[in-house]
Design a protein around this ligand. Sequence first.
Ligand code: DLL
Length: 437
Amino acid sequence: MAKYWNEEIECMSREDMTALQNEKLVKQVRHVWDNVPYYKKLMKEKGVTPDDIKSIDDLHKLPFLKKDDLRECYPYGLLAVPLKDCVRIQSTSGTTGKRVVAFYTQHDVDLWEDCCARAITAAGGTSEDVCQVAYGYGLFTGGAGLHGGSHKVGCLTLPMSSGNTERQIQFMRDLGSTILCCTPSYAAYIGETLKEMGLTPDDINLKAGIFGAEPWTEEMRQEIEKSLGLKAYDIFGLTETSGPGVAFECCEQNGMHINEDHFIAEIIDPDTGEVLPEGTKGELVFTSLDKEAFPLLRYRTRDICVLSKGKCSCGRTLIKMTKPMGRSDDMLIIKGVNVFPSQIETVLLKDFNATPNYQIVVDRVGNSDTFEIKVELTEDMHTDTIKSIELLEKKLSADIKQILGIKAKITLCEPKSIPRSEGKAVRVIDKRKVYNN
Ligand code: DLL
């Protein structure tokens, strides 16, 4: 059984990897400078030109790129090739201005799918496998990425997308799926449904699961492994860097190998931007080395983790990142969807015409996220008829669904019932324990 998808790269000596990264970085910086005026301006402001970047030791001289820059440049401002050379876009959910839209040339799609093929192979996948892809298909990168990787490996690919859980289980049984790709919370839900249908892991044929797109704990891993009778592997990525497959777990199930031939990872202090030594907890920053269409340099992910170069028993020499341990911004991942509290505030402002007092309450019941928005009525509204209050609730609910793509329970509360704060308002109460800390 093939242990690696690309042994030469995955087990490359540090010396050779550094040489490869040096060569690619120099080219990539030149490509960005020549084709992305926005980043050229940032480089000029920092007093750096492509001539200053001779190796990865010079990486720290380059300016950071942040989500705000992506917003400012929406949609085409960071594109580094003519639009006619692009063959695909993928995107995060959210309002137009908050959306991240990533562009791909055919080369970029190949590179991305190759990263996913490495992840599937590391989880034991071969052309003998039946790979059920239950990540969402569409603009979200989960479905497309794992689908492409599964094709590359030669698995029989079941493009299920998410949802319709009983049908997922039916297909799993009828076609003998051996690999399941979906979010960890959906995997847990499939496990619960299996049990509710009176079935056990012996009734299905899964051996491995490739789960990511949201934080999940070791406890959850054990629960999923038990309920579905498989080995659960983590996979990491973000739309900005192509999607899933930037990093993946191997048989050690102890941190994710970063595909360093395509992405350089740095850890920085989120407050000062200073680069931190290996082994220190901080914010993960990625530089994509050979993406053509959307080549982000020093992109701040806001994910907090630790990097380590230690030897891995799987034989891979690729640096490892821990599971993310938190975020350095206020982004929440609810039901697999990235949610910024400011998006909710925008809807409330629109529907209420004034800054309302509100609170976002997120919890986990069983393995599913619950999402409630408590909104305080103003004195005027409070005296309105029940009918008009119900209408408001409905409108809020529909507007939230439209903006975020997920439903929230709207609870309208009495005036002055949401606790006031003397400092920063506590807008988010997240009762879930999703990060391993
Ligand atoms: O979630 C890409 C993906 C799809 C990854 C399928 C893995 C599997 P975005 O929607 O842009 O992309 O969200 C990216 O999700 O910055 C992390 O905060 C979080 N995230 C992704 N993978 C993991 C993971 C996809 N394995 C954001 N563990 C990232 C914890 C994760 N958080």
